[in-house]
Design a protein around this ligand. Sequence first.
Ligand code: URA
Length: 447
Amino acid sequence: MRAVDLIRKKRDGAALAGEEISFLVDNYLKGAVPDYQMSAFLMAVYNRGMTGEETARLTDALAAGGGKLRLDGVQGVMIDKQSTGGVGDKTSIILAPLMAAMGLKMPSITGRGLGHTGGTIDKLASIPGLRTETTMARMADEIKSVGFSICGQTDEIAPADGKLCALRDATATAGSPSLIAASIMSKKISAGLDALVLDVKAGSGGFVRGLDEARDLARLMVGIGSGAGIKTVALITDMDAPFGRAVGNALEMKECISALKGRFAPDLLDLTMTLAAWMLHLADTVSEEAPPQRIGEHLLKRYRDESWDYIEHGDAFKKFVEFIDARQGDPEAAFDAGRLPKAGHIKPVLSPWNGYIKRMDAFAVGHAAMLLGAGRARLGDETDPAAGIIIGKKPGDTVHAQEPFATLYTNDPQTLAEAEEALLSGVEISDREPPRRRLVLDVILPG
Ligand code: URA
């Protein structure tokens, strides 16, 4: 078998067999297939797509490249939540300590930011000293002692996905539904989960824009999860506007810490509690033979109220501090946000007119944050943890002409003008109040 023949086969639109996909992934991991060939293969997949069967085989090949988390003798349901990537999307960092406080176990193998979207690992890395990489053995210890563990890919944990994600990020191929599904699901299989709630983002700030595309991606991932014996459901949620108030790693970390102390932006509260409710529902029904069912309004409210108690009483916050400590981060950063990285240059963005914010395009905001230094353009680029945007006014809010509605943060003042222009290109101000957007657009169950 030769890589070049497999690239040609995919380029011409044919489906690859499982052994062919494994050949490429295994040899890429060993260094026998170089970056340039893998890049060409990724672009062929991006353009031609993969069948469900090919995607499942790619998932297996990625999972087979690393170890699987083993937790002998640990009580509690192993559950995770993972989003397909968005702008300002930070719920995992709140949900992990919340679930741990509620007695569930959350082993989360996740990734760095891809394209214009943020990544949980980059956000965690903004805590001074915190090690985002660990070993399977230490992950198991953290699950036992803290109740959750969040880590990025290493040579031992999802190594093939780690290499591929970095390459996808630098070759504009991150947005392929098959590559997203295999990347996410391989990590979830490696974590040995019992149950998984997927947050599939639909809209300009996600990788899939339309609702139908998002449903297809959600069905693909739910199918792979169920096939691997993980009780999986997917919520499809709106990602046309940036989520919460902060975009950018240290700024988002600050927002997560505030949330863990009970102060949430309304959309962040709504989605975090809805995801928490689904996680609790799956955990409660994990041992049932039947696939998960929809949650009725009454149960949804009960789970949300129960979750809120653990935020309000500080239990989730305490778990978060324990985790920072376990990873050699500075736990004082959770009490004093002044210890997080700070930008040297700050610029308010003024509204050109009076009116309502009708649209704030999430892609434009994510792109502007990247320009400020929050994302990567090339393999191995460092991000600026302090770079990003605070969104003062959200869609539906009123603004006056010359009133600041967002603030840009960076350490490179030369990026400010371009970032401001990128942000403004995605903002529409109108005389009329825009209709409220729904946050959860659909729920995809197995079967
Ligand atoms: N998160 C991942 O881990 N991989 C993707 O492809 C997208 C989001």
